[in-house]
Design a protein around this ligand. Structure first.
Ligand SMILES: [Fe+2]
Length: 375
């Protein structure tokens, strides 16, 4: 027994073909009404199973032409469609001469049972499809059918908009959760020592000023801000006594201190959302001439985010009180940035920072505010 399937959806055609082949039928497939008619006229099948909504010629048009074709008119025509919206669709389909109207999805066994029944009745000559409907009735039905489809489509669009809104809300929740996580990490570092308190937030402010000065986009600025907030996170793994030490560090202690850059990057390496910024954390103490750590990278190898954080970090370190010295002052910090531009620092970024510093009282204001909070 040969069955012709017509459906514009390739997945549906495959599923239907496999289902029917599992019951021993020979299956032909077509992706629209015109192709189905061509195939059927070349060699009529024992049944056609047709979708309704298809581009070009839809199932109803195909059914009408099928019934008008002498060689095909007695071959059972079955509608199998998910676009069933109304009892009238079924009535109309049967009125056009279809022998059954099956609504997707249907249980595999039930579907095959119905197909077997139809073919058996067909072979026994028991199928008497009604004569095709009057053309006027057909036109008025098709108008109603289109209106129902539009209503259904509008509902689908509304449902889609509602689920998009829910998705947007859960994305915002996730972003907020992630930002709280970052804040908690920074607070943990702040709580470790009075000397680290506020440093990350000030570095983030400076880094953002540099980024805006060189024209980075909002996405990059957000990433850079996150990297700056977390740049010293590896210090969580250092002893408090090392962070608070008032005398100079011994060689071994300095070595331990230097490990914080790689340690911080390693701490965060499994967080997918931070993948773009972990290199900036690892390399924020690299220097343009290769004399930095942990890897002695040079120039462009260091990466823009790390370069920016290095400038911002150095400025804040010089202008903040340290356990072993008072602030060196803004004028000194500016002269050091200038002196070491090209050696330690990317000179373009130093220029950008100094421009921002000269123009934006917000930066100096931030310094004063933080200094007051510290006292
Ligand atoms: Fe650092």
């Amino acid at each position: 027994m040969k069955i012709l399937i017509v459906d514009d959806n390739a997945d549906s055609r495959i599923i239907l073909r496999k289902t029917l082949e599992s019951d021993g039928y020979t299956v032909m497939t077509a992706s629209d009404g015109a192709e189905a008619l061509r195939l059927a006229r070349d060699g009529p099948p024992d049944m056609i199973i047709s979708d309704i909504l298809m581009p070009g010629m839809d199932g109803y048009q195909l059914c009408r032409l099928w019934r008008e074709d002498e060689r095909l008119s007695s071959v059972p025509f079955v509608f199998y469609s998910a676009s069933y919206t109304d009892r009238k669709d079924e009535e109309f389909g049967l009125g056009m001469g279809a022998v059954r109207f099956i609504v997707k999805p249907m249980d595999h066994d039930d579907f095959l049972r119905i197909i077997r029944e139809i073919l058996s009745d067909y072979k026994k000559g028991l199928l008497t499809p009604s004569p095709p409907v009057d053309k006027n009735d057909e036109d008025s039905f098709l108008k109603g059918y289109s209106a129902r489809l539009i209503t259904q489509l509008e509902k689908k669009v509304r449902d889609l908009e509602a689920s998009n809104e829910a998705l947007r809300r859960s994305e915002a929740d996730l972003r907020e959760l992630f930002e709280s996580f970052v804040r908690t990490m920074v607070n943990t570092l702040d709580a470790k020592s009075r000397w680290t308190k506020g440093h990350s937030r000030r570095v983030a402010v400076y880094a953002e000023q540099i980024a805006r000065e060189i024209g980075l986009g909002e996405r990059e600025i957000a990433e850079l801000r996150m990297a700056a907030l977390l740049h010293d996170i590896g210090k969580i793994g250092l002893r408090d006594s090392l962070l608070d030490k008032t005398e100079g560090l011994t060689e071994d202690e300095f070595k331990t201190m230097k490990a914080h850059a790689a340690l911080g990057a390693d701490l965060l390496k499994d967080i997918k959302q931070l993948r773009n910024i972990t290199p900036a954390i690892r390399y924020h103490h690299e220097r343009s001439d290769g004399s930095g750590y942990p890897e002695g990278l040079k120039g462009k190898e260091i990466g823009l985010y790390a370069d920016i954080i290095h400038v911002a970090d150095s400025f804040d370190s010089m202008t903040a009180d340290r356990p072993y010295r008072h602030s060196l002052g803004k004028a000194y910090a500016v002269s050091e940035l200038k002196r070491l531009a090209g050696e330690h620092f990317n000179p373009d970024l130093v220029n950008a920072f100094l421009n921002a510093l000269g123009r934006k009282p917000g930066i100096a204001g931030q310094e004063r505010k933080d200094r007051r909070q510290k006292r």
